[in-house]
Design a protein around this ligand. Sequence first.
Ligand SMILES: [Mg+2]
Length: 359
Amino acid sequence: MNRVALQASSTPLIHQHDVALLDLDGVVYVGSDAVAGVPEIIAAATEAGMRFGYVTNNASRTPHEVGEHLRDLGIAAIDDEVITSSQAASRVLAERLPPGSPVLIVGTAALAAEVESAGLRAVWSATDDPAGVAQGYSPELSWAMLAEACVAVRAGAFWVATNADSTLPSPRGPLPGNGSFVEVVARTTGVTPVVAGKPEPAMHTECVLRTGAAQPLVVGDRLDTDIEGAQRAGVPSLLVLTGVAQPADLLTARVGQRPTYLAADLGGILVSHPEVVLSAGAAICGDWRVTDRGDSLLLARFRDTGGSGHPASPASSGADCDALRALAVLAWETGIVPTVAGDQTSAALLTRLGLASGD
Ligand SMILES: [Mg+2]
């Protein structure tokens, strides 16, 4: 069987892909700060000829505002490289509605600007007889705006949500995201919206149209949006561990949410990726072997005696990632979540990955 997830790449990913579509929060930055090393990685990949799309489900900021944030972090991004779920939602609306149609905005002025640049007319009240409704996150969202949306949707307006993320990460923990407010309108009206953002295909289409990517690589930190979105679009993906997804999440990832590649951070685009070899109840990657013990998986250092063994993984991919790749592939194969480590080295590594058993 040709495994789709956790493939090998004998050359660095920057040589296989013309455009990397980067999720922002958890990949490029966390909160307002850059993930360590990312501006340098983007500069190095750009030097090597790769282009970037900066992709966000958050509909509250304009591409210019996002671009300014990226430039403040030392990334040479231009506004046209920023792709938002507002743009994707506006295209979905413009494809359905005649030019100039009134569209009720439930969201920010940034969303209204995208709707207008798609050739539609932004309106703010259901009394303007909107033919469509565009709903995106706004920190100013009020009951009155949601009420307008309910009236318009019930009257038959074509309803598009920029994204369906139910929460928004914050320093104070998860706070209500657009999906939670979409749910309010859905429950009130009994109508389900079309969703544009990741993991829905409209977002990936928008990315490809705006970047002209021929061989895109999707890079993300979430399995249920970034990685699933890439899979649904039939495009390879790289999961990085600088954001939401933790090693334990990878091991229990369901089929539609398993990444093509894995790396500790965005530096994974600059390197090749080792093969995970599955044979007779064991998975081997780099120096690490994982064995199926029936009700548990055993991780141990695999000492290649040279010659006939498996190729060493690139130094930059890291031992932790090699062990995690082998663990993930065997966990997916067997449905077992690992518990045991055979020696001190692997015990320390499992602890680092948050996978050590409790006892
Ligand atoms: Mg993210």
